[in-house]
Design a protein around this ligand. Structure first.
Ligand code: SAH
Length: 211
């Protein structure tokens, strides 16, 4: 979904509470210092307007959450929502997934959420998908032993592609469903896209992958 660029919002973003400064000198951040404690980190790549990660951070106070998003206009919307909540266990990282390795030391992340990632349906754009073999190798590096990827999407071809890449890269895959909301799952936290797609009757695909 395209949204109009908000130059003013983007300019304000770096000074908003909870938003991390993207400074090349800060690479491989000391996450324990950032959160003031040493807890498991759960990361959402492409968090959009933040509905999911804000709800997760409110629900799981013993986990530290990082929302990564490359659109600053979109992140500004999430940062505004965050201002109204008390969420000391959430930080927003305005950066591209390509930079993941630069921000997280090996084994630092316990879980990666990929929610409604851009499906890039054209074959010539396939390398941009967030679940290519190359990206999965990076996720494997930043994930701790026993680390997990939780993926949700409404796009069946993207889901099948992701499943294929995960298996090829040697991940164990479990809890696969092709209709999440009729699968009897409990405690599912909706993302913004999920709410929209589910209300128009679309099936939601979900899987977990284990390192
Ligand atoms: N997770 C949200 C938003 C899904 S839309 C939800 O489920 O509602 C996908 C989001 O991923 C967009 O906001 C897009 O800007 C972001 N995105 C796409 N590619 C990215 C990348 N390489 N790095 C960081 N964010 C990315």
């Amino acid at each position: 979904m395209r949204i109009k660029k908000n130059r003013q919002g983007e300019a304000m973003l770096p000074d908003m509470p909870g938003v991390l400064k993207v400074n090349p000198c800060f690479h491989r951040k000391d996450w324990a210092a950032i959160f003031g404690r040493d807890c498991p980190i759960h990361l959402e790549i492409g968090m959009g307007k933040g509905d999911f990660i804000l709800a997760m951070a409110a629900k799981e106070r013993r986990v530290d959450f990082v929302g990564m998003e490359r659109s600053l206009t979109v992140m500004h919307i999430a940062a505004k929502k965050m201002q109204k909540k008390h969420l000391p266990n959430l930080r927003l990282l305005p950066a591209d997934a390509d930079m993941l390795d630069q921000y997280f030391p090996p084994g630092r992340v316990e879980r990666i959420y990929l929610n409604f990632s851009d499906p890039w349906p054209k074959r010539r754009h396939a390398s941009r998908r967030l679940t290519t073999g190359d990206k999965l190798k990076v996720y494997r590096r930043v994930l701790a032993p026993g680390g997990q990827i939780h993926l949700k999407t409404d796009q069946e071809p993207f889901f099948d592609f992701s499943l294929g890449e995960l298996i090829r890269e040697g991940w164990s895959v479990g809890k696969v469903t092709r209709d999440l909301h009729r699968s009897g799952i409990e405690g599912n936290v909706f993302t913004e896209y999920e709410r929209r797609f589910a209300s128009s009757g679309l099936a939601i695909y979900r899987l977990e992958a284990y390192k």
